[in-house]
Design a protein around this ligand. Structure first.
Ligand SMILES: [Mg+2]
Length: 189
């Protein structure tokens, strides 16, 4: 099988690090803390920041934050096992979304640093993954964004949704919580 895998919040601990960074910066701003524990996303309504404050912090720090991410538990080992079982690994990330300087170089270096195996790395813009998965004959895509999952399944590609705080209510896609669970699901399919 050809398996497509998103990076942020699928291979990487993006939201864990983003939350730490937001908590730290909130202290420097007004030290109000979390005002909404169940927001849509950390960047939308979790803190009392104005849109300008949010955008200023996010866009000035996201490159540094992305470079500091770590792989989630077992992500590397399971990807290695999937490869050893004869699957192809296509890493498909929408980091070519204008938020990063040279996103491909940054991403390749990060994957190399953590020895994450891939046959192909594809960078897309925001919400373009559906047609990309179809064109590349992906059999199963692992993704955390609801919008991307919709787009991917609309293009006829099976999508596993990686459990995160902002997609918990979503029931249309097969949910996966841990990399070991991903391995057993794919091995059985
Ligand atoms: Mg993601």
């Amino acid at each position: 099988m050809r398996i497509g895998i998103d990076i942020d919040n699928c291979i990487s601990n993006f939201d864990d690090v983003l939350l730490e960074e937001y908590l730290k910066h909130d202290k420097e701003l007004r030290n109000t803390g979390i005002i909404n524990g169940k927001p849509y996303h950390i960047t939308v309504g979790m803190f009392d920041w104005s849109k300008e404050e949010n955008d200023d912090f996010y866009y000035n720090n996201i490159q540094r934050i992305a470079m500091s991410l770590k792989p989630l538990n077992n992500a590397k080992d399971v990807i290695d096992k999937l490869k050893a079982d004869g699957n192809e690994i296509y890493i498909i990330t929408s980091r070519d979304n204008g938020e990063y300087i040279n996103p491909e170089k940054m991403t390749r270096e990060w994957l190399e640093k953590y020895e994450i195996y891939f046959d192909k790395l594809i960078l897309t813009g925001r919400h373009e993954k559906g047609p990309v998965c179809k064109e590349n004959n992906i059999d199963i895509m692992i993704e955390d964004s609801i919008k991307n999952c919709e787009d991917i399944e609309d293009n006829g590609v099976k999508c596993y949704i990686m459990d995160t705080r902002y997609n918990k209510h979503e029931t249309r896609f097969e949910r996966v919580k841990r990399w070991n669970e991903i391995y057993s699901k794919i091995a059985r399919s």
